[in-house]
Design a protein around this ligand. Structure first.
Ligand code: G3I
Length: 457
């Protein structure tokens, strides 16, 4: 995913943030260790997605963080958030040169306190522009847009995993053309200019192009975005990912070739994200299909639903979400969780590597507890590890990784990292006595994590 102009590796913040704090009860069910990749029984969306190296997120309206019923579901179920409106241009720069980060910062802080990843939405868009920007054109507008990208990406540097750098820049219908807008009229290169400015301001964030109605592989709009991404990759424009909003509301249906769309974009060398999912009347089969399609594409990094309860939805009359207005789980929720739990590894991820050898099973004595390693699923580029602690109900376990291997995802514990990023201290967080993590091999397929210590309390 990394572009050549990027800072090497992922930051410690990102690795730590890929924790699933909501994973209460994950893995350890009635004492049984459930290995990722097999039929498991994770009890929340985020925890189950994390077992498969994915996130499951939601759009959040910051004003609703005062609603305890809302935040209870948010904190329990989701490990990624997108600000529904609070990071849009009109929210962040209501008057030119006057930035208002209050609500957005509040969401970022909430996400960090819950170990949730944050998707930034959105740096450049024809819509939700403040009045002062709507009235601009030409070079003045281009410079104002680039300044906004730079200022905002700099403000949030280190806190945003993915930026929707440009949103909805293509026209609907069969033309395959760019959408006419004041930004488009500054010149066809406005999109790549925005991506370059974003990369410069935050080299560690993944940069995405995000749009709706690019779900059906046969649609002209999908093909046009595909060609743009292909062009950007061929010319070194820094793009890391494509977001398919996937609003299957208001008359747009889940297309049977959705998986082809995901895998086709991925084949260009970008990650794909399902960024704003909602489906009219929340049919179980369509929700299940979306999950299965994402799980089938290795570069599909996760799914974000566009709101928590039907009453929170921008299309609330269509009841398109996973929880009803009372916060109860709907049948679609069960379908999604079951699909995640039953999820098979990506096609390229069939276990081909023999079980690793040399796993330490017993740390040096004296810490008051024992940490037992169980090797998990192995894919071509990464592998999972479970660690079960006995002898203490609260504990910290120190795990060392051999570079260039990197831990990319953890679950059912609270990790901290040493300055090298190679040594993780995992502390119990009430999620049981088994924690897990995914390690990216980064070219070293033989090394395996070493348990350095297990300390009770
Ligand atoms: O907060 C004000 C309120 O004070 C005022 O009384 C009211 C009067 O209209 O407006 C309220 O703001 C509204 C805001 O949502 C918060 O509810 C805006 O008018 C309304 O335009 C805004 O709509 C948002 C829309 O983007 C704006 O384009 C939706 O919440 C949001 O879900 C929607 O999200 C977009 C994504 O960003 C991009 N993809 C499509 C998606 C759905 O349209």
């Amino acid at each position: 995913m990394a572009n050549s102009s990027r800072a090497p590796g992922r930051s410690r913040r990102l690795r730590a943030a890929l924790v699933v704090s909501a994973a209460v009860g994950l893995l350890a069910t009635a004492g049984a260790v459930v290995l990722p990749g097999s039929a498991s029984a994770a009890s929340t969306l985020g925890a189950s997605a994390a077992e498969r190296g994915r996130y499951f997120g939601t759009a959040v309206a910051v004003s609703r963080l005062n609603d305890s019923a809302y935040t209870t579901i948010l904190n329990r179920e989701f490990n990624q958030v997108t600000a529904e409106n609070e990071m849009k241009i009109d929210a962040l720069q209501p008057n030119q040169g006057q930035f208002n980060y209050g609500n957005a910062d509040r969401l970022v802080q909430h996400a960090r306190s819950q170990n949730m990843l944050v998707r930034g939405h959105t740096l450049a868009w024809h819509s939700q522009q403040p009045g002062w920007m709507q009235n601009m054109s030409g070079t003045t507008l281009r410079n104002a847009m680039l300044n906004h990208v730079t200022q905002v990406a700099t403000h949030f540097r280190g806190q945003i995993e993915w930026w929707d750098v440009v949103n909805e820049a293509f026209a609907d219908g069969g033309s395959g053309a760019r959408r006419d807008s004041n930004l488009q009229r500054t010149g066809n290169d406005w999109i790549e200019a925005a991506f370059r400015a974003a990369r410069q301001a935050d080299p560690n964030a993944d940069l995405c192009y995000n749009d709706y109605n690019i779900d059906n592989w046969n649609d002209a709009k999908t093909q046009a975005v595909y060609r743009m991404v292909q062009d950007f990759k061929s010319r070194g424009v820094p793009i890391d990912c494509v977001g398919l909003q996937s609003h299957f509301t208001g008359g747009s249906n889940y297309p049977s070739n959705y998986r082809t769309t995901l895998s086709s974009f991925a084949a260009l060398g970008v990650d794909v994200h399902i960024t704003e999912l909602d489906i009219r009347n929340a049919p179980t089969d369509a929700y299940r299909n979306v999950v299965n399609d994402c799980l089938a594409v290795a570069r599909c990094k996760g799914i974000t639903v566009w709101g928590i309860r039907d009453s929170d939805s921008w299309r609330s009359s269509e009841n398109p979400l996973l929880f009803n207005g009372s916060g109860q789980k709907k049948p679609a929720y069960d379908a999604v969780l079951t699909a995640l739990n039953n999820g098979t590894p990506p096609p390229t991820g069939n276990p081909t590597t023999p079980p690793p050898t040399g796993n330490p099973t017993t740390p040096p004595p004296g810490g008051g507890c024992t940490a037992t390693v169980t090797p998990g699923q192995v894919w071509g580029d990464r592998y999972n590890t479970s660690v079960t602690v006995s002898g203490a109900s609260t504990w910290s376990v120190v795990v060392a990784i051999t570079p260039p291997q990197r831990i990319s995802t953890t679950w059912s514990g609270s990790p901290t990292w040493d300055s090298s990023g190679n040594v993780m201290t995992m502390r119990s967080n009430g999620s049981g006595n088994t924690f897990g993590f995914t390690t990216m091999m980064n070219g070293n397929s033989s090394a395996r994590p070493q348990i350095r210590s297990c300390t009770a309390g």
